[in-house]
Design a binder for this molecule. Structure first.
Ligand code: PDD
Length: 286
């Protein structure tokens, strides 16, 4: 089925959508993005994603393409037009194009490019991967130093995912100066003796919207959370581990660098947090 997508004010068939070859998103990855999940035809934590988008734009001195209310309207319309029950809405804003390639930013009157499209993922909430848990390997984190800004510079995360696939695993956790930063497209956690450990927020990791919600829900459920640096060795010796993201919610991790965690099946804390997250997020979905 041909999707209806959104490009700069227009709803178009995906085959009709066009962007300039001079667009800075295409030439320089001068662009930021958000991925918002859809469950039961509703948006999960739209507000969190809109607030982080604004922050990413501000950090890069990039103009906002429209208001938050207009963004919500576009998200909702795409979900409806494409009849999405479970899936995602991808949004990207670029610094636009002024018709040539130049390292210097284009003039202030250059309009940002705004593109949104949906991804239909039936069964997202009941994913088989979540029943089984995923296997991760560790790789060096060689990304730039502003990982808190959600830019479209995703070549290294993409290579990381391919390194994992080649090694017979599902994903990779990145390490820097001996400590785990995050997964290629998710935040990373381990659980030891009932305590959930995850890296604190800084410019070194993306400030996950799912992370924020899950840590709040964990605290509300009287779980103990420790935000501190941790090594891959600590994680390998953990009772359980998991990752969080808008596209996977809470996803159990059952193996790190070939070492099986616990029984090699999703741990009770990861399973419980996934349940709570799905339940609470659905209630608050818009
Ligand atoms: N990725 N860390 C990185 C590097 C990410 O790319 C993501 C999200 C996260 C989790 O953030 P959130 O909970 O806000 O989704 C952490 C999205 C899903 C993606 O690139 O598809």
């Amino acid at each position: 089925m041909t999707r209806t997508v959104y490009v700069n004010g227009e709803y178009l068939a995906e085959t009709e959508a066009k962007i300039s070859i001079f667009d800075r998103g295409f030439l320089m990855a001068d662009a930021v993005y958000e991925v918002t999940s859809v469950l039961g035809g509703k948006l999960i934590d739209f507000d969190g994603h809109a607030v982080r988008l604004k922050r990413s734009l501000d950090e890069l001195d990039m103009a906002a393409p429209c208001s938050k209310d207009e963004l919500l309207e576009i998200h909702r319309k795409l979900v409806e037009l494409n009849d999405i029950d479970e899936g995602m809405v991808y949004l990207q804003v670029t610094r636009g194009s002024d018709g040539d390639r130049d390292f210097v930013f284009p003039s202030d009157d250059t309009k940002p490019t705004l593109v949104l499209f949906t991804q239909d993922k039936p069964g997202l909430a009941n994913s088989p991967a979540a029943q089984k848990g995923i296997r991760v390997i560790s790789i060096d984190d060689i990304r730039w130093g502003r990982r808190d800004i959600k830019t479209t510079q995703l070549l290294y995360p993409s290579l990381g995912k391919m390194m994992a696939k080649k090694a017979g695993a599902d994903d990779a956790w990145m390490t820097e100066d001996g400590y785990v930063t995050e997964g290629t497209s998710n935040n990373a956690y381990f659980v030891k003796d009932g305590k959930i450990v995850t890296r604190p927020l800084s410019n070194d990791i993306l400030h996950g919207i799912t992370r924020k919600a899950v840590l709040r829900m964990a605290a509300e459920a009287q779980m103990i959370v420790e935000e501190r640096l941790f090594t891959i060795e600590e994680a390998k010796a953990a009772d359980e581990a998991f990752v969080t993201s808008a596209s996977t919610f809470v996803m159990p991790v059952v193996e790190i660098d070939g070492e099986t965690l616990g029984e090699g099946t999703p741990g009770p804390i990861a399973r419980r947090l996934r349940e709570i997250y799905l339940e609470e997020s659905l209630k608050a979905a818009v």
